[in-house]
Design a protein around this ligand. Structure first.
Ligand SMILES: NC(=O)c1ccc[n+]([C@@H]2O[C@H](COP(=O)([O-])OP(=O)(O)OC[C@H]3O[C@@H](n4cnc5c(N)ncnc54)[C@H](OP(=O)(O)O)[C@@H]3O)[C@@H](O)[C@H]2O)c1
Length: 329
């Protein structure tokens, strides 16, 4: 199994190699790929060093699968070239997510939509993944009508430059900026660019991707996405209105028994999800479950997950695992 990791010098690409190794994905040959400026640089995988190669060399090496985390433009330009060479692409950027000819996959929810003909498969946005993992089992039982979500997102979601900006500010060192404002000791209510309707692209990703993954256009979603000076993962406050009434104990039981979810909801011992605890974990953590007392059939939840793992690398590797298990690679 030849595996290309495109964006191997970046935050997600680095985590991707770590997750491939941890989960013992049967890699026989690793091809770390990045931009021309990084060709020849070394990366480590399972204790061995590998030299970074360029995009065309990666295609020529004919990997079974190429996991892309190198930005939308790189994916738009290169994923079709990999696919044309018969290589399955799992793409972490937003380039293909809303393309009606491409599948948008969270394995716990909809891996079964994949077929051997799917050569470019989209990995959803990190904040969407953790939200739908937590919501899907409840949607199946009570049917979601409307979601109001506010996010508290880690700087790791922006990439290396943003982590450097936070640490530079903390250490009072000058450097490149990923954000238009200081991030340390601040909160920035903007993630990605603003659109005509006043929402950001990140907010609309949550709206549109949620409907596509849950295969239900009737779900109404409204989002506010916020960057905070945190590293371990993204947090989300989600207000969920269901069509049917629920029992809080049953909600807890459903979540506890669902794959990929860990319930952390013990107020007596002050147990609730936090990025500090979700960091370097593959699961989605859910807590602060309580009835919205202002409206019928409505639940408040707090959802936390490591955006570089379940929000990116782990989800992509799980897709690759599913494809491999079905002999689709
Ligand atoms: N961070 C997250 O939580 C997260 C979650 C989900 C999805 N994503 C997506 O994953 C992608 C990467 O994010 P990141 O946080 O890892 O960013 P990053 O740390 O800035 O890394 C970007 C990577 O892309 C490579 N790259 C850039 N331009 C390229 C080109 N023209 N050809 C080949 N490689 C190129 C870079 O290589 P060089 O070092 O050579 O420039 C680097 O390896 C983005 O599309 C992002 O939206 C990120």
């Amino acid at each position: 199994m030849k595996v290309a990791v495109v964006g191997a010098t970046g935050l997600v690409g680095t985590k991707m190699m770590q997750v491939l190794a941890e989960r013992n994905f049967p890699v026989t040959e690793l091809l770390p790929v990045a931009s021309e400026k990084s060709v020849g640089k070394e990366v480590t995988f399972k204790g061995k060093t590998y030299k970074v190669i360029g995009m065309q060399d990666a295609i020529d090496a004919k990997p079974n699968v190429a996991i892309f985390s190198a930005g939308g433009n790189t994916s738009l330009e290169w994923a079709p070239k990999f696919a044309a060479a018969g290589i399955t692409v799992i793409d972490n950027s937003s380039a293909w997510r809303m393309d009606t000819t491409k599948k948008l996959v969270v394995p716990e929810i909809n891996a079964s939509v994949l077929t051997p003909e799917d050569k470019i498969i989209a990995n959803p946005n990190c904040s969407t993944i953790q939200m739908v993992v937590a919501l899907n089992p409840l949607h199946s039982k009570y049917k979601i009508r409307r979601l109001v979500v506010s996010t508290y997102q880690s700087v790791t979601g922006t990439g290396k430059k943003a982590v450097d900006q936070l640490m530079n500010e903390r250490n009072k060192v000058e450097g490149d900026k990923a954000y238009p404002y200081p991030i340390d000791l601040n909160v920035i209510p903007q993630i990605d660019v603003f659109l005509e309707n006043g929402y950001t692209k990140e907010e609309m990703k949550m709206v549109n991707e949620t409907k596509k993954i849950l295969q239900d256009d009737s779900i109404r979603v409204t989002a506010t996405a916020v960057r905070i000076p945190v590293m371990g993962g993204h947090s989300e406050s989600v207000n969920v209105e269901f069509e049917n009434d629920f029992d809080l104990d049953e909600v807890k039981e459903i979540l506890s028994n669902s794959s990929g979810i860990i319930l952390q909801d013990n107020l007596k011992d002050l147990i609730y999800p936090m990025p500090l605890w979700a960091h370097e974990k593959d699961e989605v953590f859910v807590g602060r479950l309580r009835r919205d007392e202002t409206q019928e059939n409505t639940l408040n939840m707090w959802i936390v997950s490591d955006n570089l793992r379940k929000g990116a690398a782990t989800n992509a590797v799980q897709i690759a695992e599913y494809l491999a298990s079905k002999n689709m690679l």
